[in-house]
Ligand binder design. Structure first.
Ligand SMILES: NC(=O)c1ccc[n+]([C@@H]2O[C@H](COP(=O)([O-])OP(=O)(O)OC[C@H]3O[C@@H](n4cnc5c(N)ncnc54)[C@H](OP(=O)(O)O)[C@@H]3O)[C@@H](O)[C@H]2O)c1
Length: 229
């Protein structure tokens, strides 16, 4: 079991992932700019988990110190400052980035230009002492919160250049879907995973759903074999 620090853990995505990770037996620190806000979020999650202390609230810096795996779940706006502040504390650790750099206009959501190519590649560039993977971009916070069991109709696509970080993220995916994540190639593919969320947001609007991604054609057990390899 891992110590997971959620950077930006008071938002819907961080909170939903924290719930799933704690339910799977991991120890979770909710990070925030406000220790008071994260304490409230931790309290709510522990209540929902039936009591106990699996989740605790702290600052983003505190979550970075506590964790062996940080999940980056802040908005892209403000991401650069958050990364710069955390870099020394995340040295030698794994960071999993689920940040989607999206803008919104009258036509809906669209991918923002990121000089490094993607938020995850930006994270890898700033967190040069950490192993970075990209995951959880295409899973809806609403489903993380509201669905009772594992999201069995959903795959978590994982991109990364560091095999260990990728394996960690593929393993953590099991806390959400009940099975390992799908290896989606190099970290540069994170730009596609991030921008794909604009498509899902359009689908959500058009069909009044919380759409996700499922990969067809994989043999039973293939995901778990890939994660273990
Ligand atoms: N929502 C989804 O369904 C979903 C799905 C997939 C991926 N994502 C991605 O996951 C990330 C988090 O999504 P979210 O919907 O949970 O976002 P959010 O609610 O807008 O933000 C998450 C948390 O980040 C902190 N935060 C906000 N602005 C900040 C800033 N300028 N600098 C530092 N921290 C800031 C806030 O916590 P404090 O005020 O407590 O510090 C906030 O509760 C985003 O990058 C999003 O693209 C979201």
């Amino acid at each position: 079991m891992r110590n997971i620090g959620i950077i930006g853990g008071t938002g819907p995505q961080g909170k939903g992932l924290a719930y799933r990770f704690a339910l799977a037996g991991h120890a979770v620190a909710i990070g925030s700019r406000s220790a008071e806000r994260s304490a409230q979020t931790a309290y709510e999650l522990n209540e929902r988990l039936g009591g106990g202390t699996a989740v605790h609230g702290t600052t983003n810096a505190g979550a970075a110190v506590f964790c062996d795996v940080a999940v980056l779940a802040v908005p892209y706006q403000g991401f650069a400052e958050v990364l710069a502040g955390l870099a020394p504390r995340l040295e030698g650790k794994t960071a999993v980035c689920c940040v989607n750099p999206l803008g919104f206009d009258r036509q809906g959501a669209y991918g923002l230009y990121v000089p490094e190519g993607s938020a995850a590649e930006q994270a890898a560039s700033v967190l040069s002492g950490s192993a970075v993977a990209a995951a959880f971009h295409n899973v809806s916070a609403v489903r993380l919160r509201d669905d009772d069991g594992p999201l069995e109709d959903t795959d978590i696509l994982v991109a990364g250049d560091d095999p260990d970080a990728k394996e960690v993220a593929m393993g953590l995916a099991a806390a959400v879907t009940g099975r390992a994540g799908v290896d989606a190639g190099a970290l540069r593919n994170a730009r596609i995973l991030e921008q794909l969320t604009a498509v899902l947001i359009a689908v959500n609007k058009n069909y009044k759903v919380n759409a996700g991604i499922a990969v067809s054609g994989l043999a039973p057990g293939a995901r778990d074999r890939a994660a273990a390899a």
